[in-house]
Design a protein around this ligand. Sequence first.
Ligand code: ZN
Length: 64
Amino acid sequence: MKAQKLLTATSSKFVKIRCPKCKNEQIMFGKSSTVVSCLVCGRKLAEPTGGKSRVKARVLEVLE
Ligand SMILES: [Zn+2]
């Protein structure tokens, strides 16, 4: 297994996501250890799962 694959799996990047409810776009940390809520409507967009975020919104872009 290559190191680069591991880095991708840990997802320590910022991602741009879009709220499925109100279409608000915001940036979140891909490895956030807290629940990420939409800044506009408060919908839960991501939750922590063992050091990595499970995103419940559409990921528009991954920022390096
Ligand atoms: Zn929203």
